[in-house]
Design a protein around this ligand. Sequence first.
Ligand SMILES: NC(=O)c1ccc[n+]([C@@H]2O[C@H](COP(=O)([O-])OP(=O)(O)OC[C@H]3O[C@@H](n4cnc5c(N)ncnc54)[C@H](OP(=O)(O)O)[C@@H]3O)[C@@H](O)[C@H]2O)c1
Length: 236
Amino acid sequence: MDKQKIVWITGASSGIGKALAVKFALNGVHVAAAARRKNLLDSIKGELGNNSTFFHGYKLDISDFESVEAFYKEISGNFEVECLINNAGTTSFQNAIDNSFDEIKNIISVNLLGSIRAIKSVLPGMIERKSGTIINILSVVTQKIFTASSAYSASKSGLHAYSKVLREEIRDKNVRIINVSPGATATDIWPEGALKRYSERMMNADNIADLVYRVYSEKSNMVSEELVLRPIKGDL
Ligand SMILES: NC(=O)c1ccc[n+]([C@@H]2O[C@H](COP(=O)([O-])OP(=O)(O)OC[C@H]3O[C@@H](n4cnc5c(N)ncnc54)[C@H](OP(=O)(O)O)[C@@H]3O)[C@@H](O)[C@H]2O)c1
């Protein structure tokens, strides 16, 4: 019997990842929602009512690379992971001179290496099945220079470059690689002061989730490969 298909979303406990997990689950898509704060994942499941059966919450630190591979083995025993959404992310809003090396290491480990670890887990199965989708939630830092984001920009631009090369290497394997680069979005990644000042102008995580779901749902031989999303009033 064919396994049930599932979408693996990293960093699904808050912000854009939570909005994505809710959107997919409400549309009857099974979601493996992973993050460190399992209590938040349990609350999200509780909010989903009848659709809670589509939401499967898992505790996972994406920077613990061995656990990422073990996690994939666990879910792929029961489900076919047809889509990976690399959403987990962190930053520190510090100038390069003030960033400690430990902070830099954490940002690169979560945003870049954790995402690549997850891609390396799902890729062989997708190539074998000749089907699958990998969606990376990047950032407008892949398009433009923002100060106080050197490590973050390196991590997001690194994943951008990695994914663009991967896309060309597997053109004939029917695996979609979709890069989404949002601008300022009102989530907890921002310091409280910035949210107070700018949240009206920022994008809403639910709108990003709606768009990603539409792109994921495209059934033709067309793929939206690169999406840059900004608030109408532009960057902050
Ligand atoms: N908000 C924006 O303006 C904006 C703009 C462009 C791109 N983005 C990107 O959007 C993505 C989501 O961020 P957000 O804005 O929604 O912020 P958020 O609300 O702070 O969400 C970040 C998510 O990443 C998870 N995460 C962080 N470190 C992790 C780790 N070591 N292991 C597993 N999960 C981890 C967090 O879960 P736990 O803490 O529970 O582990 C949380 O669910 C990030 O990749 C971010 O770079 C955001």
